[in-house]
Design a protein around this ligand. Sequence first.
Ligand SMILES: [Zn+2]
Length: 95
Amino acid sequence: MKTVSKVKEARRLLKKPQVQKFDGSLHTQKFWCYCCGLEVEKHVTDGNMMVLFAGLIEHMATPEHRKNTHTFWWQNKAEQKIKDKFLFSKEEVDR
Ligand SMILES: [Zn+2]
C-alpha cells in the first residue's frame, strides 16, 4: 500500500525535519487524503525555504482528520494496526 510508505516517510522526517531551498515543482505536490477525501498540500514553504511533508503532517494532526480516519476505518473494516500510522499526535507534531 503506497500511502502507508508515504506516511512512514513523513514520520521519519518528523523526527528529523528536512528543510531545503524552495522548489516550485515540489511546492505544487499534493497528497490525497483517503480518509478525508480531500487534497492536502504536501510541503510547507515561505517562498524561500520549504519543509518537506510538513503540510501532510500538519493535516494528519488535525481533529478533523482524526475523526475522518476513524470513520473511514470503521466503514472499510480496515486493520486497526495500520490506522495508527495515519494518525499523528499533537505532541509528535509540536516537537
Ligand atoms: Zn485527512
